[in-house]
Design a protein around this ligand. Structure first.
Ligand SMILES: [Zn+2]
Length: 242
């Protein structure tokens, strides 16, 4: 059976694909697009960089059937992925990934909201999440407000930061509005739990957190809240109710 191997750091939320096993009779050779991985200089450099960067972190080596994939959501960055802003393998290997200083910083708000999303997903999977008839109508005006996908490597100035902060505040206000529209008990509990994380996190972002020099990466606290909001949108389906 063909398979693949990927290294995942659960602390940095970073995935490094190593390659595939395409010879079912010889699973000892990992193959990249350039042949055996051991002879691929870019893949080899990326692997050594990953190992050096993530010593002491919780790193796992996953195959396609690994159950841990269920815990890996869209907040994880995939090296050589197909999302705008994902680093190429060469950018990662050469330390030329412009967004790394922001993308690899801890995101405590997204982590907390991600835990709520995982809990909700588990309940959906086991059939214990009850969707009320009015939930789609509650979510319809909210989901477009949660559309945060700006890559980490986008450079900002003060005006851009203020505009993004205003959108994050509007999204949280939208969640508060959704609570007032009377969702079912499970959606209400989910939204209120998320708001207990997001409202104080937004309130704690002060002028010092937002100060940037033009052409720098976005403030980490703001990026963290944006990623948390995107997790909520992803959980409820960005097109649901539209
Ligand atoms: Zn790490």
């Amino acid at each position: 059976m063909a398979d693949s191997a990927e290294l995942v750091c659960f602390e940095c939320e970073l995935v490094l694909p190593l390659g595939d096993f395409d010879r079912t009779d010889d699973p000892s050779v990992i193959v990249t697009g350039n042949g055996p991985g051991a002879g691929d200089p870019v893949a080899t450099a990326a692997l050594w960089r990953f190992l050096a960067e993530h010593v002491y972190h919780r790193v796992e080596l996953l195959g396609e059937a690994s159950l841990a994939w269920e815990r890996i959501g869209i907040d994880f960055v995939r090296i050589d992925g197909d999302i705008v802003g994902d680093p190429t393998l060469r950018e990662y290997a050469e330390g030329a990934w412009a967004g790394a200083p922001l993308a690899l910083r801890p995101r405590p708000v997204a982590r907390a909201v991600g835990a709520l999303v995982l809990r909700g997903q588990d309940r959906r999977d086991e059939g214990s999440w009850t969707a009320a008839p009015g939930d789609r109508g509650v979510l319809a005006p909210l989901l477009p407000l949660l559309d945060f996908g700006t890559p980490a490597d986008v450079l900002v100035d003060d005006a851009a930061v203020q505009a993004r902060l205003a959108l994050a505040r509007a999204a949280v206000a939208g969640m508060e509005g959704a609570v007032r529209r009377g969702p079912g008990a499970d959606l209400l509990d989910f939204l209120e739990s998320c708001l207990r994380v997001l409202v104080p996190a937004l309130a704690a972002i002060g002028p010092d957190d937002l100060r940037v020099t033009p052409g720098s990466l976005a403030p980490a606290a703001l990026f963290d809240v944006e990623r948390a909001l995107r997790l909520i949108q992803d959980f409820h389906g960005r097109d649901a109710g539209q």
